[in-house]
Design a protein around this ligand. Structure first.
Ligand code: ZN
Ligand code: ZN
Ligand code: ZN
Length: 261
C-alpha cells in the first residue's frame, strides 16, 4: 500500500519520520554494463528522480502484482536514452499481465507520436527440463540469467498458497520480496549470503507475506551476515523495530544503498 497509507491515521503514517516513508517495493542494481531495475513500482518516477538515476538499461520482474508493475509506463523515456527498446526479463505469466494491462504499448495506434508508449522487448525467463545444478532436487532447473554483465540466480518462492514469485541472487546479495514460504530447493541457493533483503510485512501473520518473526526465522536459517527487511506496512515503526531486532537484522528504508561486491 505504501506508507503513509491512504486514509490511515496511525502514528507511523502521521509521524513524519522519513524512515517510515515507504514507497512501493523496488531495487535497482548497478551492474557492469548498466542499471538493472527489479520491478516497476507505481512510484517508479518518483523513486528514480529521488535517487538521481537517469537511465534504466534493463528490467527484471519478481511477479506481476500491481504494486510491482504499474510504474511500467515510466520506462517510455528509456527508448530515447538507450537508442531502442528496453529489455524486460520476466516469466510468461508476467508478460501476459503486461500485455493485457498495457495493451496500448503493443498496438499500432494511428496518430501517436513517437515516445507516447513504452517500447519493450521481452526476454522470457523460466526453468528448463535440463538439470543444470547438482543441488537441485527438481527435474526442472533454472539456468542462470545473464543480464548486463552479471549472472543472476532466480529462486522460486511461494507467495500465498496458490501463487509464486521469484527472488534473485546476485553474487553475495539476494533480493527476496513477496513470499510467504521459501521452498527447500530455493533455500539451498541462498546459503553464504553477505546481504539478504527479505519480505516482512508486519508483526502478525499474512496469507501472502512473511511476518516479522517468520522473516527473522528464515534469515537465521539461511545464515545471511546482514539482513534487511522490506515490504513493511505501517504496522511497523522503523525505530521501534530496529531496536527489537538482532544486531545483524535491520528494517530497510527508501533510499538504502548496499554495496554489490
Ligand atoms: Zn498507518
Ligand atoms: Zn505480491
Ligand atoms: Zn508486493
Amino acid at each position: 500500500m505504501g506508507v503513509p497509507t491512504i486514509g490511515c491515521g496511525c502514528k507511523v503514517c502521521l509521524g513524519g519520520d522519513p524512515k517510515n516513508n515507504r514507497t512501493r517495493c523496488s531495487v535497482i542494481l548497478g551492474l557492469p554494463e548498466g542499471n538493472l531495475l527489479i520491478d516497476t513500482a507505481p512510484d517508479l518516477r518518483h523513486q528514480l528522480i529521488r535517487e538521481q538515476i537517469g537511465i534504466v538499461h534493463s528490467v527484471l520482474y519478481t511477479h506481476e502484482h500491481a504494486d510491482h508493475l504499474f510504474g511500467m509506463d515510466d520506462l517510455r523515456l528509456m527508448q530515447f536514452y538507450l537508442g531502442g527498446p528496453i529489455t524486460i526479463h520476466c516469466e510468461e505469466i508476467v508478460e501476459e499481465r503486461i500485455r493485457k494491462s498495457f495493451d496500448y504499448a503493443f498496438k499500432e495506434l494511428p496518430n501517436m507520436h513517437k515516445g507516447a508508449i513504452p517500447k519493450i522487448i521481452f526476454k522470457r525467463i523460466g526453468p528448463t527440463d535440463e538439470p543444470c545444478d547438482e543441488a537441485s532436487q527438481s527435474s526442472k532447473t533454472w539456468p542462470k540469467i545473464d543480464i548486463l554483465g552479471a549472472s543472476i540466480t532466480a529462486v522460486r518462492q511461494m507467495h500465498g498458497p496458490n501463487f509464486e514469485s521469484l527472488g534473485f541472487r546476485i553474487g553475495n546479495v539476494a533480493y527476496c520480496t513477496d513470499l510467504s514460504e521459501m521452498p527447500e530447493s530455493s533455500k539451498a541457493k541462498l546459503k553464504g549470503l553477505d546481504v539478504l533483503i527479505l519480505d516482512a510485512l508486519r508483526p502478525s501473520g499474512h496469507v501472502t507475506h512473511l511476518s516479522i518473526d517468520q522473516a527473522v526465522e528464515l534469515a537465521n536459517e539461511l545464515g545471511a551476515k546482514q539482513v534487511y527487511l522490506t515490504h513493511m506496512s505501517c504496522e511497523v515503526d522503523y525505530n521501534e523495530l530496529d531496536a527489537e531486532l538482532p544486531e545483524h537484522i535491520s528494517p530497510a528504508y527508501d533510499g538504502l544503498s548496499i554495496p554489490l561486491r
